[in-house]
Design a protein around this ligand. Structure first.
Ligand SMILES: Nc1ncnc2c1ncn2[C@@H]1O[C@H](COP(=O)(O)OP(=O)(O)OP(=O)(O)O)[C@@H](O)[C@H]1O
Length: 262
């Protein structure tokens, strides 16, 4: 399969939250990203699609600060963050989830969300609970309820089913009240009912929250996004509305080509 389509031009947008410019990532001799340009505007819902190995997670890692690009720049809310480590990005209002959930298995749902809340507010795990800490406990309960985990508050994360773990991770991200959320395959491994609840939950986020989504489940990706970017082989192949992407023969070829060869 060959992708000869030139990368789509980056249109100038009024209120960019994320600006990726000429980003290259090399892992030894492998070019995982070959010069990516991407602008995401405030409140936009953007899905990134592409076959395995296309570079989607690597692009997320660059935007979230988990890896520094070999070349190019990333700006968040107008500030050059190319070299800003991921641990500083929540202060910019950014949260991300990972393909593999990163909650603490030995802690309960309430405790995991509490820690996310406390970390965001610059507090530590208290030996004695002050009124502020008790308020955080209440907030943790509210967040757990918002991701439909209110009935499992005292269940250890390690005992949760896969779908519930993803709900917890989403809750931990939401707890930091981000205005930019990067979700890496949030629907993976979820049942149909859980996927529907996920869409409902993400749909209910405030309009100003910017959402970037890597998702293999087309139904989820198309129903949640306003714009879809398709990547293959470290490059952006095309971009458009969900309707445009669904009827794009190049996109079909990318997926069918991969399916045929796998
Ligand atoms: N840390 C790493 N070291 C070496 N190669 C890597 C590393 N991370 C990713 N790669 C390679 O970079 C390429 C892009 O990987 P990436 O995970 O970004 O793709 P992806 O589109 O997210 O795929 P998937 O849908 O399977 O998660 C792949 O060839 C992958 O093997």
């Amino acid at each position: 399969m060959t992708q000869t389509t030139p990368a789509p031009a980056v249109p100038a947008i009024a209120d960019p939250v994320i600006q990726v410019r000429s980003v290259v990532v090399a892992f030894g001799g492998l070019l995982a990203l070959k010069g990516i340009d991407l602008d995401v505007t405030r409140g936009e819902r953007l899905a990134i699609l592409g076959p395995n190995g296309a570079g989607k997670t690597t692009l997320f890692n660059v935007i979230a600060g988990d890896i520094t690009p070999t070349d190019g720049t990333v700006a968040i809310k107008g500030r050059d963050c190319t070299f800003l480590p991921s641990r500083h990005r929540p202060r910019l209002g950014m949260a991300r989830t990972y393909q593999k959930a990163r909650s603490f298995d030995g802690l309960t749902i309430r405790e995991n969300i509490y820690l996310a809340l406390a970390g965001h507010r610059g507090r530590h795990w208290p030996l004695w609970r002050s009124p502020v800490d008790r308020r955080l406990d209440e907030e943790a309960t509210e967040v757990a309820e918002s991701v439909w985990l209110g009935d499992h508050l005292d269940t250890a994360a390690g005992e949760l089913a896969h779908g519930q773990k993803r709900q917890l991770e989403l809750g931990m991200a939401i707890a930091t009240q981000p205005d930019v959320m990067l979700l890496d395959e949030p629907a993976s491994g979820l049942s149909r009912g859980e996927r529907e609840r996920l869409v409902e939950l993400l749909d209910s986020l405030a309009g100003e929250v910017t959402l970037l989504l890597i998702e293999h489940d087309m139904e989820v990706a198309f129903s949640l996004s306003q714009r879809v970017v398709v990547m293959a082989d470290g490059a952006m192949v095309t971009a458009g509305t969900p309707e445009q992407i669904q009827s794009d023969p190049d996109v079909h070829e990318i997926y069918l080509g991969v399916e045929a060869s796998s």
